[in-house]
Design a protein around this ligand. Sequence first.
Ligand code: NAP
Length: 458
Amino acid sequence: MQTYFIELSYLLASVLFILGLKGLSHPETAKRGMHLAEFGMLMAIIGTLMHHEIVTYTWILSGLVIGSLIGLAMGFWVPMTAMPQRTALSHAFGAFAAALVGVSEFYRHGGHVDKITMSALGFEVMLGALTTTGSLLAFAKLQGLVRGTPVTYKGQNIFNMALLATTIGIFVYLIVVPGSLPLFFVMTGLALVFGLLLVMPIGSADMPVVMSLLNSYAGLASAATGFVLNNKVLIIAGTLDGFSGFILSILMCRAMNRSITNVLFGAFGSAETAAAGGAQQGVMREVSLEDIATQLAYARQVVFVPGYGMATAQAQHAVRELANTLEKRGVTVKYGIHPVAGRMPGHMNVLLAEANVPYSSLYELEQINPEFPSTDVAVVIGANDVVNPDARDNPGSPIAGMPILEVDRSKSVVVLKRGQGKGFSGLENPLFFKEVTGMLYGDAKDTLTRMIQAVQQA
Ligand code: NAP
């Protein structure tokens, strides 16, 4: 009866995870998807707690209480802008748990496990260990605790590959000749070091891709844990996590017109690649808030293009308010959303949804680009790389080929940013020097709040 209940709760949890993932694929169903997945996790936990092998609940309950309290505090206090580093921490925790389970299983059997279990266990520990240190370094880079730009040196890729090959070599040896505890710990140690070396040469602009790759590794490590513990829901959830993370990495790379190998080994964002963008000639034309307010008030169509700066300024509510004010005056307002604007997939969608911007006003890159020539004013709010025309016009640019929002084809462009700061790629943006462009300096939220008043008075 007990086994029957456990299997049933695992089946239900697996179905809910799949439905949850499906829900997450669209902004309108994302919330429901999240709730379904949460309920699935509850089912999986309840099922696991029913296992008759559990001798005492003391440790489990203390872990549950401490973990829930930390999770709750993070949910309340971590701002949306710090979501990428928070996610990196979660990956580190998940992968560390998987690695610890593997180590304890190996230790428990004194290293004498059959070949199949050893394959799953070694895979779990190796992937879990490298994901733990890799994710911790990603966290430190994104949080600004260490330098965010790539750290490179001569022969780096060869050294990293040699280290990985040695780690895999020990893993294979342990499958064939099991039982060596010292070798097992050497393999674990090397995997921990490899995680750091893997993330070290990766630049800040590529961190989201790396994180989603690490997410994929953490998922696969959990799936391997499922094989070791003979736990079906862990196998299913881990595989779903592993492959969705991998697909997401590929999609992000595609949106930036990059390959995974280029992200992992290209040291994009380093001093050399940034310099390849070249210095820009000309001056940036500063415009007055009042002039832009008048332009907006009498425009037929205005397109807002949000970027990372809107997220840091938390300007989404002010954007929505300005849009309301303009719409009341009969102006058509649309939002152009780039797939990699901000610092995580769907970043802009989440923020704008939080400010109750209707989904019908959000336009994807392919939908909005043909609209720019008939747009009176394109308002770029803290976006930089995603509107950089060099990606389209300069084959020598490190971001050449990356699809962009072609705001420079509009009748007029106004860029809201604090100063002359570069985008995440560290490249100069020729858009800011174009005749059609006016620069409105200041924090985006502050500028937009003043703009609302100015439009009302226009
Ligand atoms: P971006 O290129 O990073 O530019 C953001 C701009 O916002 C900066 O130039 C900055 O200029 C301005 N800014 C910062 N704080 C501001 C504030 N408080 N008020 C006004 N402006 C502010 O952003 P993006 O155009 O959104 O491009 C995203 C980048 O991340 C791309 O390079 C993309 O490839 C990369 N990326 C994203 C993802 C993803 O999933 N979204 C994944 C991988 C990579 P000032 O300092 O002068 O203000």
